[in-house]
Design a protein around this ligand. Sequence first.
Ligand code: CO8
Length: 257
Amino acid sequence: MTYTSILVETRGQVGLITLNRPHALNALNTALMQEVMGALETFDKDENIGAMVITGSDKAFAAGADIKEMADKSALDMTTTDLVAIYGRIRTIRKPIIAAVSGWSLGAGFELPLACDMIIASDTAKFGLPEVTIGVIPGAGGTQRLVRAVGKALAMEMILNDRKLTAQEALHYGLVNRVVPVSDYLNVAILLADEIASRAPLAVRAAKRMINHSYESFLNDGLAEEKQVFYSLFNTADQKEGMQAFVEKRKPNWTGK
Ligand code: CO8
């Protein structure tokens, strides 16, 4: 497979994927997400790979799904193209995935690390789900996974009022495994992935599956419902206004319609 929006390489037994749309702060458009999932699935089948790392740039892991790609879509368009389904493919990956996050990790750019198995953050990382500022809700697992990760009160504040977390706050609330200087976060993530890759592979995969099983039985219903509500918001004037205002670099005028 040829990749245009990501870089793919191996470091020993570790498969490394780097999001690479610097002009858009790595906004996750459909083409990029297809490449990410294709690379993960290829590594998952590769006998020489034991774990994967996904990273972005020091400035931005990813500033969300690509708002410009979604701005004009109707609820019918969103349901028919089902862009969220790409994110769901991450749940079929058997080997551990570590997100190495620096800078902005917003919207789907935070939901992607949330769907990974561990997060190593640089001390500049900023995590948030700002979807209500553009007239929608998190649609790639955020409403379901964040509440499980940090509890209801903080999840409410982050999702309802765009509260962003610093790396240190994310560590405090148990969202990330480690916070390290920006010069080191990728190396630390690769080292951790390499250590995990040295363990018994079948046991590692079985353990990952069982840890996920501990909450996934309830998660699946929630993810399906979240997706429907996310898509239905593309029927509202507020979604059009919110995304258009972002594109035009102005404040949105909400009408509640
Ligand atoms: N989508 C598209 N383009 C983006 C995005 C984005 N999410 N974020 C940034 N960009 C672009 C900007 O438009 C700009 O492009 P240009 O130079 O052509 O104007 C470039 O990246 C640089 O961005 P800024 O100039 O805005 O950089 P700043 O440093 O001033 O600001 C911010 C950085 C604060 C991160 C700001 O860019 C921002 O607020 N971005 C949007 C954050 C956001 O709202 N994210 C949520 C998106 S919605 C979402 O993720 C829903 C997911 C649901 C499921 C997915 C299904 C498909």
